[in-house]
Design a protein around this ligand. Structure first.
Ligand SMILES: [Zn+2]
Ligand SMILES: [Zn+2]
Length: 109
């Protein structure tokens, strides 16, 4: 689970801290380290189908709360990765964020 390059923050460490990152429980320094890793190392995220999802989340500031649907998907994916379940496809690419939400909103009115 590495792209072969050296990073200050190891790829495994990034996965370990993604929960905290999504929950805004990280200090600014740690948050910056993860962001740096996302910039340097898209291969490891792409491998898990998390690249697009993380990029969408990183666009928001660390102080913003992640969109709950996307956050939930990312957390579920991390659970799969940790459980050793083979993951395929990109979270966002396979199921564009917002595409599924619009009809549900319309129905609830
Ligand atoms: Zn890497
Ligand atoms: Zn990495």
């Amino acid at each position: 689970m590495s792209c072969g390059n050296h990073h200050d923050t190891a790829c495994g460490e990034v996965l370990d801290h993604l929960y905290e990152y999504l929950d805004n429980e990280m200090g600014e320094g740690d948050c910056a380290k993860l962001k740096q890793h996302f910039d340097e190392c898209s291969p490891c995220l792409a491998q898990y189908g998390l690249e697009q999802a993380i990029k969408a989340l990183v666009k928001r500031s660390c102080c913003d709360t992640a969109p709950s649907d996307l956050r939930g998907k990312v957390l579920a994916r991390i659970e799969q990765i940790r459980a050793g379940v083979p993951v395929q496809g990109d979270l966002v690419g396979d199921d564009p964020v917002g595409a599924g939400a619009a009809p549900a909103e319309a129905e609830s009115r």
